[in-house]
Each structure stands twice: as C-alpha cells, then as structure tokens.
Design a protein around this ligand. Structure first.
Ligand code: AP5
Ligand code: MG
Length: 207
C-alpha cells in the first residue's frame, strides 16, 4: 500500500510516520528529511533548498519531483511506502500520479492554533525521532538512540508563519484533490495525544 501523509506543519506527520513504519512496515519517505540531509552534506541540492526552507517556501517542483521519482525506484520502496511532505501542491500531486500509484491519503487535521507552540517547542534527533520540550523533562538526548537533540533551523516563529501560509495557499487544496479521487481519510486530532491519534490511524489502516 502506498500512502500520502497530508497535514499542516507540526500536525504530526513525522510523529505518526514513525509509528506507522514500525507497525505496518511501510517505508517512510520525507522530502523535508531528504532536503535536510542534503543541506547537512553540503550538496548542490542542499544549497538550493536551504534558501527556500529558511524562508518557509516550497523548494522548486522540478527538483522535488525528481528526488521523489528517483527515490521510489529503490528496491526498498517495492513493498509500500508513506510519503511525508510530498506532494505539497496540486502540480506535485499530478506529477506523482504519473509515476506512482497512491492508494490512500491520510489527512492529519489539527487546529492551527496548536501548531506554533508544537513546532517552536520541537526538538529532533538525527535518527528521525521528534519530541516536544514539554515532555522531555529536561532531557537533551533521544530516548530511542541516545543521539543529541537539536532544534530545526526553520522552527522559529517567523519561518513557521510563512510555512503555515504556504500550507494554506498551496497544500490544503490537496484535501479536495484526493477527496475527488475517493482516496481521502481525515483524522481529526482535536487535543488527542500522539498515541490516541495513532489509534485512529490504525482503525483506518486495518480496514
Ligand atoms: P517538512 O520537513 O515536511 O516540514 P513540515 O511540513 O513543515 O512539517 P513538520 O516536519 O514541521 O511537522 P510534522 O507534521 O512532521 O510534525 P511532527 O510530527 O514533527 O518540510 C520542511 C521544508 O522543506 C518545507 O517548509 C519546504 O521548504 C521543504 N519541502 C519539504 N517537502 C517539500 C515538497 N514536497 N515540495 C517543496 N518543498 C518541500 O510534530 C511536531 C511537534 O508536535 C513535535 O514536537 C511533536 O512531538 C509534537 N506532536 C506531534 N503530535 C502531537 C500530538 N498529537 N499532541 C501533542 N504534540 C504532538
Ligand atoms: Mg515532519
């Protein structure tokens, strides 16, 4: 099964993807993680992506689509995957439909008022885990691998405002795009904890 994970910045796509990967063995592919790895590695793609990411804007479609198209040809993508952060506008969704088959779009819906605090309080580990300072009790290392936790460069109030605007204008229309294809399932999170949200996702995936 191939799944698109849709949701605003901070909705919990990465948090849920990690749980889904563990339970359902679907490969987690995050375009944001791929760009951050390229930035860290100092590649040409990283140099290009950095200016867009720092501004809370989308990295150009051609670059992003080529990366995903290539990634899906790797052997580990044969048994199903979850796309986290792709597609991010209708153009990318149309391109994806040309080179892959999407079975389900899981839309993680969270009240926008909660997102700023979630993102600015997030601490991440290089292994992919993310935490919120309010649940860390002062810990500075990852509970899963012991790696040092850090704050993402784009997790500051100014960039988050721009990311939310980008989401509302460019990404939210995908709700209708996948709705029209009959592939959309929305998980309304309310104030649910990550485990409660995951239980709702499991109900959908188990069907
Ligand atoms: P990307 O890395 O995809 O960032 P994003 O979409 O802004 O989403 P986040 O990773 O910030 O949030 P998340 O939904 O994963 O939340 P998380 O689980 O961490 O993209 C970054 C940038 O890369 C983009 O701005 C763009 O520039 C570029 N880019 C990426 N893809 C692109 C594309 N396709 N095209 C063009 N450009 C692209 O959770 C957030 C926090 O909340 C954590 O602290 C977590 O612990 C906490 N939390 C999670 N769930 C809950 C819960 N239920 N209750 C309480 N707290 C919770
Ligand atoms: Mg994420």
């Amino acid at each position: 099964m191939n799944v698109v994970l849709l949701g605003a910045p901070g909705a919990g796509k990465g948090t849920q993807a990690s749980r889904i990967q563990e339970k359902y063995k679907l490969l987690h592919i995050s375009t944001g993680d791929i760009f951050r790895a390229n930035i860290k590695g100092g590649t040409e793609i990283g140099k290009l992506a950095k200016s867009y990411i720092d501004a809370g804007k989308l990295v150009p479609d051609e670059v992003t689509c080529d990366i995903v198209k290539d990634r899906l040809t790797w052997d580990d993508a044969n048994c199903g995957y979850m796309l986290d952060g792709f597609p991010r506008n209708v153009f990318q969704a149309e391109e994806l439909d040309k080179f892959a088959k999407v079975d389900l779009c899981l839309n993680i819906a969270v009240d926008e008022k909660l997102l700023m605090d979630r993102i600015c309080g997030r601490r991440v580990c290089a292994c992919g885990e993310s935490y919120h300072v309010s649940t860390l009790n002062g810990a500075t290392v990852c509970k899963k691998c012991g790696g040092e936790l850090y704050q993402r460069a784009d997790d500051n109030p100014e960039t988050v405002k721009s990311r939310l605007e980008t989401y509302n204008t460019q990404t939210a229309p995908l709700i209708d795009y996948y709705g029209a294809q009959g592939k959309l399932k929305t998980v309304n999170c309310g104030n649910d904890s990550p485990d409660e949200v995951f239980a709702k996702i499991c109900e959908i995936l188990d069907k």
